[in-house]
Every structure is written in C-alpha cells, then in structure tokens.
Design a protein around this ligand. Sequence first.
Ligand SMILES: Nc1ncnc2c1ncn2[C@@H]1O[C@H](COP(=O)(O)OP(=O)(O)OP(=O)(O)O)[C@@H](O)[C@H]1O
Length: 308
Amino acid sequence: MHSVDSAPAAAVEIRDLVKRYGRKTAVDGLTLTCRSGEVTAILGPNGAGKTTTIEICEGFRRPDGGLVRVLGRDPADPSLKARVGVMLQAGGVPPAVRAGEWLRVLSRFYAHPLPPDDLLELLGLREHARTPFRRLSGGQQQRLSLAAAVIGRPELVFLDEPTAGLDPQARHACWNVITGLRDAGVSVVLTTHQMDEAERLADHVVIIDRGRVVAEGTPAELTGAERQLRFRARPGLNLDELLTALPPGSTAKESPAGHYIIEGQVGPQLLATVTAWCAAEGVTTEDLRIERRTLEDVFLELTGRELR
Ligand SMILES: Nc1ncnc2c1ncn2[C@@H]1O[C@H](COP(=O)(O)OP(=O)(O)OP(=O)(O)O)[C@@H](O)[C@H]1O
C-alpha cells in the first residue's frame, strides 16, 4: 500500500519533462530519477538543458509538460524551502554584507544549521570572513553560495555547475564539501560539463543532450571496465577486414569519422596486429593509445560531438 506520508524512494523524479522558450524546445521529454542519498550528476554540453531542468526542480520555472517531484512533492510546494538547498548565483546576496555575517544571518533561519565558521574553513574562506561580498573574487562568491546552499543541513541540494571557473584548490574544497554532504546522507543533484567532476563525485551520471537523456548509469557502467585501443586515422577504414585479423570477440568501430575504437582482449598482441594491419594498408595512425573509456569518450560516441 502506498502511503502519502511515506518517505519518497527518490529525491527527484522527472518524467517526460518539456520546457519551451518560444519556439525553442530546451527540454524535450526528459525522464530521470535522482535517488535519495546519492550524488547525481547531470552532464551535458552548453545548451543541453541542464540549468532549465534544475531551475524547474528548484521551483523557479514552470514546465510546459511532464511531471516533476522533489522529495515527493511539487517543486512549488513551500514546505520544500526548509528541506532543499539551492545554490543561487551571486544575485541573492547584499553586496555590502560580509561573508561570515551572511552565513550567520542565514543560519538563523534553520533549526540545526551547520556552524558558519566550519563552512568558511572548509571552503577556504576563513580569511575572508570579514570581507564584504562585493569585494570577494568570483570564485570566492561562488564558494560562499555553496556554503549558503548547505548551511541549513538540507535533505537535498541542487548545485548548478558548482565549480565552474574555480581554480584547482577551490574546486577540491567544493568536492570535499559535496562528498561530505553525501556521507551525511544528503541527496545532491549537480550539473557539470566537467567529466572528471562527474567521475569523481557522482554515484549516478545522467548524460543529456538537446534536452533529452542520451545515457545514464554509474560512471563505471557508462565507461565500462574494459580497456580499449583508440587511434585516429583517415576516415572510412575497412573495419570488417581489420576484424578478420583480430582475435575472435574483438569489436571495431569508427565514431565519429576518423576516430577508431577497438575493444576485446586489448594487449600487446592486439596492438601489434592493429599497427601491422595499418602499416600494410598504408594508413598513418595518430594518437594511438590503450586506455579505459572516459565519460568524455562516451559522450563523443553517443552524440558525435565533443562535450565542450
Ligand atoms: N530564458 C530563456 N529564454 C530563451 N531561451 C533560453 C532561456 N534559457 C535557456 N534558453 C535556451 O534553452 C536551451 C537550454 O539552456 P540551458 O541553460 O538549460 O542549458 P545548459 O545545459 O544549462 O547550458 P550551459 O551549460 O550553457 O549552462 C539553450 O538553447 C538556451 O539558449
């Protein structure tokens, strides 16, 4: 029996979401689930519909179609305010307010806030506690926004490109805060177009392109455990012929044009066979390497385009 009061199985449930801006369809039938207690990364190139999707979940935009449930409720439900953390862009902070003061003010709205000083320390902002918001650098303002999103110990946090433009040290500080949230059982939904961020942080990765989900899974599921041989060469190589030279069970594909991927028992023997075949065909290879697939590769293979 389904009870209305039971805890939702999913932190966020999105079904057949559609959002149009005039004639432009930004989100085009998107379906995804963000599980409770997990970090879900929504990964996609510029304009894929990530921000639109997340702003609909935050209750800032209304969808044109489909269903969105956040902690089992409509995103506009006012009771979500105390339970959901949102990382706002700089706009929400009074320019003259000092960083530490801002966190202290916000913390008073919550029953069990995180200590503001701990957050400043974690995010490398301790020396800037007395700096007015307008005097903080862009990256410092961004970290303060992250602190503001999590200070109320929310059950769920939405982070739209939380580390875009940060230097490596600040990025790591943000990653630590995000993994700390997950360890504390908080559900995190973040958008990114940085592969390493998704691979590093996410339990579940949803790759979107042109407003639709093109693939999803754990980073390991998406990239596969297998190693592969990759190289670039002129487009249109006769892969059927190459396959006859390779051990049974090997696969070879060209995706996109001029980019070749061989999978199977990837080792010295396979490498030698491929290079010998290319030499016999008069094919010059570039960038020949054996490696695990990255999310970047997955995206390129799925869409034929680079992620950035
Ligand atoms: N307010 C708006 N009015 C008109 N078009 C919009 C508006 N907001 C977004 N779009 C368009 O909708 C599409 C999806 O935009 P969105 O910002 O959701 O993508 P994104 O994946 O977050 O991209 P980015 O990584 O660049 O932030 C884009 O083509 C964008 O130009």
